[in-house]
Design a protein around this ligand. Structure first.
Ligand code: PEP
Ligand code: MG
Length: 324
């Protein structure tokens, strides 16, 4: 059994019709890299950096950021590492948020990039550390919770300024570091083509995208039954993002929980996703499933199913795609 798992780890995720799928991992701590390597992840598709800010009184220094990123980059030995900038607020609270608890609705409040663009000195420290780390491996920088192009432009401008300042000090970095946008609000999904134009890649964050599309708090058990990744509205938005990416020639990944759930894998590959990022523990099962799928069989069936996503047996039909 051990040997079988090791073989699986070293085998690429390829469908029966020879479509290579990148299977990346979501991590929250530098030490999570061990699990990613053990499960054969192709890279880090989402490095959540909130841990640097949690359970402490002081903000993390640039050096602390840098050390954490270096540990992940070195552990990944040349595989891509997608570092997401700070996403505090809503379900991710800590001591440093201005006036914690005073938000009327934290999910709709000053979180993630909104907080970073208000407290730009906090943001700049992280950006500098990510840029410095990019000299040591294939680092990608990713911005969470964008809703409009003003935020996108501001974020890109701050990155440009910090690049300029590092360059003036002759500090090494990857001047061509890919910068991506998380698409996790309906607003960003509906205008994804503008984001695709401004960024090097997109990554769909389904945890928040579903929450905001369906007006269902992702952390509230009492409405858990309404949190439906197969809701037609969610699928339409995912489709829109994929179309925007292909029109603008920019890669689109998915890094929400939906991407690691075998139930949705045939649907997502059939829709055209080629990069999925998930909890490291989900990698082997998802890879095994992908190696059994034939997209030539799935795509025509999916096309006809998506004509009528309100159908009562839609969820079951989506699951059945795996048997194609
Ligand atoms: C998401 O929203 O889908 C996502 C991947 O980000 P997080 O779960 O950290 O909000
Ligand atoms: Mg999110």
């Amino acid at each position: 059994r051990r040997n079988a798992l090791q073989t699986l780890r070293d085998t690429p995720a390829v469908t029966r019709d020879h479509q290579r799928i990148e299977l990346q991992a979501n991590i929250e701590l530098p030490d999570d890299v061990q699990a990613v390597r053990a499960e054969g992840g192709d890279g880090i598709g989402l490095y959540r950096t909130e841990f640097l800010y949690m359970n402490r009184d002081q903000l993390p220094t640039e050096e602390e950021h840098y050390q954490a990123y270096m540990q992940v980059i070195q552990g990944m030995e040349g595989h891509p590492v997608t570092i997401r900038t700070l996403d505090l607020g809503a379900d991710k609270q800590c001591e440093h948020q201005p006036e914690p608890g005073s938000c009327i609705n934290p999910a709709l409040g000053l979180r993630a990039i909104r907080l970073c663009l208000k407290e730009t000195s906090i943001f700049r420290v992280q950006i500098r550390a990510i840029l410095r780390a990019s000299a040591h491996g294939p680092v990608r920088l990713m911005i969470p919770m964008l809703t409009n192009l003003w935020e996108a432009r501001q974020a890109r401008e701050i990155i440009r300024e910090e690049m300029h300042s590092l360059a003036e000090q002759h500090i090494a970095m990857d001047r061509a570091i890919p910068v991506g946008a998380m698409i996790e609000t309906p607003a960003a999904a509906l205008t994804a083509e503008s984001f695709a134009q401004m960024f090097d890649f997109l990554s769909i964050g389904t945890n928040d995208l579903i929450q905001y599309t369906l007006a269902v708090d992702r952390a509230d058990d009492s409405v858990n039954h309404l949190y439906d990744p197969l809701h037609p509205a969610v699928l339409i938005l995912i489709q829109k993002v994929l179309e925007a990416g292909s029109r603008r020639g920019k890669p689109v990944a998915m890094c929400g929980e939906m991407a690691g759930n075998p139930r949705y894998i045939p649907l997502l590959l059939g829709m055209g996703l080629k990069t999925l990022s998930m909890h490291p523990a989900s990698l082997p099962e998802v890879k095994q499933l992908i190696r059994k799928l034939d997209l030539r069989a799935i795509k025509p069936r999916l096309e006809s199913l998506l004509q009528n996503p309100d159908a009562e047996d839609f969820a079951q039909a989506i699951r059945d795609l795996a048997d194609c």
